[in-house]
Ligand binder design. Structure first.
Ligand code: FUC
Length: 778
């Protein structure tokens, strides 16, 4: 059983920041850190993937936990390279019919070469996400070697990174938070004896200037050009300190001498206010933010940040059991590579996924990108952008079922903006109505295909993103929200009404040109018509648009048109080896990479529920066959996707084996960031969702309880999961069997609840939770 973690941690958090210390600054923890709520280590981070992330949805910091020198690597989520641009290739419109003709004639190599020359955008790449810089702290009186009892941790429940140690008998303690209310990163630095401290800011960006005056440092700069796209952003960071005792001298840096404590506030901003508006004054913004933070003071900032974090974070409580391994530092638990024996590591990973989403994605900020919010490189892998052929969607897989629907707001806002830029791409490239987004986008909401035809020539990114609008509706069933996003869904569907092609062999409607994301069907060739994934995504999109129109009592003609179009889409096919075909043709057995990371054609099994073991058993068997061929171990995100798929096939042991690999040292860094490799955050979020799918699945008005519970989690509980239609799910199980399920409906409605082969029909009534035990299922 769990110790009373909240009591212990609350005490620590309250002592950590704001006002007098509740305990001596360097005191060793009297209680071992909670193995499900704390990442902790016995040494400072040596690599960036050992540092600990804090974030408020817009501002991010990676905390190294240094002794004589500390570094906070800083991000502001609207600081990207470049400026507004239109990447549509001017040759595209004229060349498109020929590309389609070649595809229909089976001349795929030629089609791909032509598409590569004429349809890929100009430039062929998009703008990368950028680091803002570093906050560097150095303590002239300290040396690294002098530290004893070193401990650093990230407390997920308190959203606080703490470093503490003793040096020459003096206890030191430092804490870092990122406040979503006050829009500052706040650091509290304390020691038992007065100390000296130098504080500096730096940035790898252009035209950087640092000015110091009084107790403030202000850094200003400009972003960089990229691939011929001119830089258009200005940015600023300002920090200010409040000291207890001592003196402050402002030179190139701030020099603090003889202080007993220092509280540091840091604000960051760019000139981007919204899409198309770069007229913000970042310097004025950060100065105002700092003025306000100073007047509010550390105690209120810390208390409000904590309350706001816990409002979201504490909605879910998971217990998968504990083991002695849990008492070890986090890096050792990952290295042990035995998630089988450390169920609390899976709980920690799940909790971390929720923590990361709260920290990376809040209303008003940008959506979580390939690295969430945290990026130290000016040339990050894949630009640390939004890859929408899986990665961005996966970032949001845990949002709804783990009670973080609010975190989807930046994604919804991005879709609103993509619908604007994507309308131009649809018109200029395809001569079509509606809007389109291919496989990537960036801060500037570029929507044309990029990188090259085998990757970029995929028109279904915007459509997939739109299914998340429907998901958000379906979990909450708020018609006002649905009405506000209906035009976006409609526009995405309209593009395909205008551009679907008739397959000359079958007469069915297919996308063309397209690819099954990033996979080749024959050596060097990916281009095709109607990859299974496109057809599956469009079945969902068309269905959701038609249902939305009906719910909103609007647009009946268009709803009828998309229903009719949907009925003409090419269906899923089972190939001669019994696999689910990835393409219209039965090419799977000859595809060059049978273990390819993308499992795009299994979209229908997860995240969609078009294929289910009980509803479409033959297709489910075919999907299983495809999944077996692909294998279990892949890149981080691709491994996480496989775990979800096996959970959907109700194979808990298989899903758990994959989770064990995902949480092992090959796919998880010491700071629990997912390793593609390199670091990419999608695997964290995909893994978090996989834990949900093993415990509870929600499809339409059906609920599946413990559908893929592995033997390694025999006894446990979860509370606060969310099912579609605003229904809260609390579960307890023992020895692998359900003890009780409490279903709390916020909306009235019928539910079919399944437990293995048995089922129970219930009627939810708001305010009247329903408790089910095993015996209630027939
Ligand atoms: C897709 C994947 C890669 C990587 C990149 C960011 O292109 O195929 O594995 O995750 O996105």
């Amino acid at each position: 059983m769990r110790t009373s973690r909240r009591g212990v941690l609350q005490g620590l958090a309250a002592g950590a920041i704001g006002g007098a210390l509740a305990e001596p600054a360097g005191a060793a923890a009297t209680t071992a850190p909670d193995p499900t709520q704390c990442l902790w280590y016995r040494a400072p981070a040596k690599a960036w993937t050992e540092a600990l992330p804090v974030g408020n949805g817009r501002l991010g910091a990676m905390v190294v936990g240094g002794i004589a020198r500390e570094r906070l690597q800083l991000n502001e989520d609207s600081l990207w390279a470049g400026g507004p641009y239109n990447p549509v290739n001017p040759a595209a419109r004229a060349a498109l019919p020929e590309v389609r003709r070649l595809i229909a004639a089976g001349r795929l190599k030629e089609a791909q070469a032509l598409a590569d020359r004429t349809l890929i955008g100009t430039p062929r790449t998009q703008m990368p996400y950028q680091p803002l810089g570093d906050l560097i702290l150095s303590w002239p009186g300290l040396t690294d070697g002098a530290a004893k009892d070193y401990h650093r941790q990230l407390d997920l429940d308190a959203a606080t990174a703490t470093t503490r140690f003793t040096a020459k008998g003096v206890a030191h303690r430092r804490t870092v938070i990122a406040s979503p209310i006050d829009q500052v990163v706040m650091m509290r630095i304390e020691a038992d004896r007065p100390f000296d401290l130098d504080i500096a800011l730096s940035s790898p960006q252009r035209d950087v200037r640092v000015e110091a005056s009084g107790d403030r440092l202000t850094l200003t700069g400009h972003n960089a050009d990229h691939a011929g796209v001119e830089a258009a952003l200005r940015f600023a960071a300002q920090l200010s300190i409040v000291t207890r005792g001592g003196t402050v001298t402002a030179g190139e840096a701030l020099a603090v001498r003889g202080a007993r404590s220092v509280t540091l506030f840091l604000a960051m901003a760019t000139s981007r206010r919204r899409l198309g508006d770069l007229a913000g004054d970042p310097r004025a913004t950060v100065a105002q933010t700092i003025d306000r933070a100073r007047s509010r003071g550390p105690a209120r900032i810390a208390a409000d940040a904590l309350a706001e974090h816990r409002r979201l974070y504490r909605r879910v409580d998971l217990d998968l059991g504990t083991s002695p391994q849990g008492a070890r530092p986090t890096d050792e638990r990952v290295r042990a590579d035995r998630a089988v024996d450390d169920p609390a590591l899976a709980t920690l990973y799940f909790n971390y996924g929720r923590y990361l989403l709260i920290a990376a994605s809040r209303a008003g900020g940008q959506p979580a990108n390939l690295q969430g919010l945290w990026n130290e490189s000016i040339d990050p892998p894949w630009g640390s952008k939004y890859t929408v052929n899986i990665n961005t969607e996966m970032n949001y897989w845990p949002a709804e079922p783990t009670g973080l629907g609010e975190c989807v707001a930046p994604l919804v806002q991005m879709v609103r903006e993509l619908a604007v830029s994507g309308e131009r791409t649809a018109r200029e490239m395809y001569g079509a109505r509606g809007w389109v987004c291919h496989h990537n986008t960036d801060l500037w909401r570029a929507t044309a295909p990029i990188d090259g035809a085998p990757w970029g020539m995929w028109p279904t990114g915007g459509a997939w993103l739109c299914t998340h609008l429907w998901e958000h509706y379906d979990y909450h069933r708020d018609p006002t929200f649905l009405a506000s996003v209906y035009p976006l869904m409609r526009g995405a569907a309209l593009f395909f009404v205008d551009t679907l092609q008739s397959d000359p062999k079958t007469g069915r409607l297919v996308t063309s040109p397209s690819v099954s994301p990033e996979n080749e069907h024959s050596p060097g060739v990916s281009i095709c018509a109607g990859p299974a994934m496109d057809q599956q995504i469009l079945r969902d999109l068309f269905d959701q648009v038609a249902r939305a129109a009906t719910i909103l009592n609007t647009d009946a003609d268009f709803a009828a048109q998309v229903r009719a179009t949907r009925a003409r889409l090419a269906p899923d096919r089972i190939g001669r080896d019994g696999q689910l075909q990835e393409w219209q043709e039965d090419w799977d057995a000859h595809a060059p990479d049978p273990h390819h990371r993308h499992v795009s054609h299994l979209y229908a099994l997860f995240p969609s529920d078009q294929i289910t073991p009980d509803g479409t058993p033959e297709l489910a068997r075919a999907a299983r066959h495809s999944l077996e061929t692909r294998g279990d171990q892949s890149t981080g995100w691709a491994t996480a996707w496989r775990a979800n798929l096996w959970a959907r096939l109700h194979d808990g042991e298989h899903a758990h084996r994959i989770i064990a690999y995902l949480l092992g040292p090959q796919r998880t860094y010491p700071n629990l960031f997912d390793s593609h490799p390199p670091f990419q955050i999608d695997g964290n979020f995909g893994g978090t969702r996989a834990v949900v799918e093993m415990l509870m699945q929600s499809r339409g008005d059906e609920l599946l309880l413990l559908p893929a519970l592995p033997r390694a989690w025999p006894t446990g509980s979860v509370s606060g999961l969310c099912a579609r239609g605003r229904c809260r799910v609390d579960l307890r199980w023992r020895d692998g069997r359900l003890v009780s399920a409490m279903l709390t409906g916020d909306l009235a409605g019928e539910r079919l609840v399944r437990l293995g082969d048995r089922q129970a029909r219930i009627t939810l009534v708001p305010g009247r939770p329903i408790r089910l035990r095993e015996a209630d299922f027939a």
